[in-house]
Design a protein around this ligand. Structure first.
Ligand code: NAD
Length: 481
């Protein structure tokens, strides 16, 4: 797999002046490829190509043509499904089953969902009474049309590379924008395949552009601070969101941010404990905890606390088929939190270190699924996002206390409530500071629903018409009849 920039409908060849950086397989630490780093001129070229597309063939398309184009992109990804799965597994080291059942199908689903939403979207109109000075009452017709924002920058992270990239690219294209995508430097491969799929689907050159490279003082920052960019859709760390927003403020560029989390799960004594335990194993350890929606804080009603801790610990120790952290740097960060937890006084119920497999994975970036207890609520381990396969479990005594503990965080992305009491579920869920609250389930997603975070977990909502609203601007047209 060779990563390449895609600008104005053409893949850029590397030459002697191109700076390259290594692509590392996180499973065993080997270098598996070289990726071109976009400099300022390359980003400038992408912005010019996007602008030209808006002024040319892409800007002239209507919703129906774009809906057809999006379905064609979905078909093209589907036709190369295995290549996409291979590339995602190679970049992230995630289990193949995860890429084949979540990442790639959802990427296809993103294009289909926003194509269909575009077709189904109603327009608004109002009939307005106009008092006439000579002829009595007249009438005006007000109606709205939605116009694309223009050139949209999409900057995405490494944890669900194609899923999260297409979650923004699809609605941005649906709304008629020209897009410049900058995937994570850790995971350039499926983005390159996406450019091939979009090329094969026959979109006009410049409608979709792809640049590779790093973030800070590099391709990411060149793009998000560019005066020719009309909107920024970003998913990543909250601190990166702040940095991007500071730059964007200079041009008043609108932003849509999906940021970090420190997601709580509340397990009430009346819960189906088997379901709560299996659900929490999934929500804490899927993709080795590298999903923004993963649970890192679990609060269990005191009467079930001991049993819950014992059983989750046993389940964590049973896990063997898990992927690595994305990089050596991220592994070191997660391990530093494992050490910090002990310094802060935690009891390590399971894991806490580096696994030994006796094969090539021992050169990779794995850490053990880890269960912690015994920390106070204010401990850094309980307050800061770790983004690894780890959860801390604490007891609570009352519903009030459970809600207070869940909300005692700078983050507010997602939460899970486990209870069989229907009234309690409806009472507790809306009181939690989070963009999404799951009751007796986790990560069950409907692409038409609003998605995003409260507090430091994001700005705005995407999903369904919320995405189409962000990526377009209503214009009111008033006609006196
Ligand atoms: P990150 O913020 O380090 O990087 C994300 C992207 O931003 C990358 O493409 C990177 O190159 C780029 N970038 C970095 N600095 C930049 C800068 N100064 N200007 C412009 N671009 C810059 O995040 P990550 O480590 O790739 O991803 C993990 C984080 O993403 C976690 O915090 C996780 O919670 C969050 N996340 C959130 C959601 C959500 O939907 N809320 C989904 C997935 C991941």
């Amino acid at each position: 797999m060779r990563a390449a920039h895609y600008i104005g409908g053409a893949f850029l060849p590397d030459d002697a002046t191109t700076t390259m950086f290594p692509l590392v397989d996180p499973v065993d630490g080997t270098t598996v490829g070289q990726v071109p780093e976009a400099d300022r001129e390359t980003v400038d070229a992408a912005v010019r190509a996007a602008r030209a597309a808006l002024e040319g063939a892409w800007g002239a398309t209507g919703p129906e043509e774009r809906a057809i184009a999006l379905h064609r992109i979905a078909d093209t990804i589907q036709a190369r499904f295995d290549a996409f799965v291979d590339a995602e597994v190679s970049d992230t080291g995630k289990p193949r089953e995860l890429a084949a059942t979540v990442d790639i199908p959802r990427a296809i689903g993103n294009f289909r969902a926003f194509a269909d939403l575009l077709r189904a979207r109603p327009e608004h109109s109002w009939s307005t009474a106009v008092p006439g000075w000579s002829t009595g009452t007249g009438q005006a017709l007000n109606y709205t049309v939605r116009r694309p924002l223009g050139v949209v920058a999409v900057v995405s992270p490494w944890n669900l590379p194609l899923l999260l990239l297409t979650w923004k690219v699809a609605p941005a294209l649906a709304a008629g924008n020209a897009v410049i995508a900058k995937p994570s430097e850790e995971t350039p491969s499926t983005a390159t395949l996406l450019a091939e799929a979009i090329d094969a689907a026959g979109l006009p050159g410049g409608a979709f552009n792809l640049v590779h490279g790093h973030g800070t003082d590099a391709a990411g920052a060149f793009l998000t601070s560019h005066p020719g960019v009309d909107a920024i859709a970003f998913t990543g760390e909250s601190a990166t969101g702040s940095a991007i927003m500071r730059e964007a403020a200079g041009h008043l560029t609108p932003v849509s941010f999906e940021l970090g989390g420190k997601n709580p799960a509340l397990v009430f004594a009346d819960a189906d404990l088997d379901a709560a335990i299996e659900g929490t194993v999934r929500s804490a350890f899927t993709h080795s905890g590298q999903i923004c929606l993963c649970t890192e804080r679990v609060y269990v009603e005191r009467s079930r606390y001991e049993e819950f801790v014992t059983r989750i610990g046993a389940r964590a120790r049973e896990l063997t088929d898990y992927g690595p952290m994305i990089s050596a740097a991220h592994r070191d960060k997660v391990l530093s939190y494992y050490r910090l937890a002990v310094e802060e006084g935690a009891t390590v119920v399971a894991g806490g270190g580096v696994p030994h497999f006796g094969d090539r994975r021992d050169q990779g970036f794995h850490v053990e699924p880890t269960v912690l207890t015994g920390l106070p609520q204010h401990a850094r381990t309980v307050q800061e996002e770790i983004f690894g396969p780890v959860c801390h479990i604490a007891p609570f005594d009352t519903e009030e206390e459970a809600v207070r503990l869940a909300n005692d965080s700078r983050y507010g992305l997602a939460a899970t409530v486990w209870t069989r009491d229907l009234s309690r579920a409806h009472r507790v869920a809306p009181r939690i500071d989070a963009g999404i609250v799951w009751v007796n389930c986790w990560n069950l997603r409907d692409l038409r629903t609003p998605f995003g975070g409260a507090k430091d977990s994001g700005i705005g909502r995407e999903g369904g018409t919320w995405s189409l609203d962000f990526f377009s601007e209503p214009v009111n047209i008033c006609v006196q009849v």
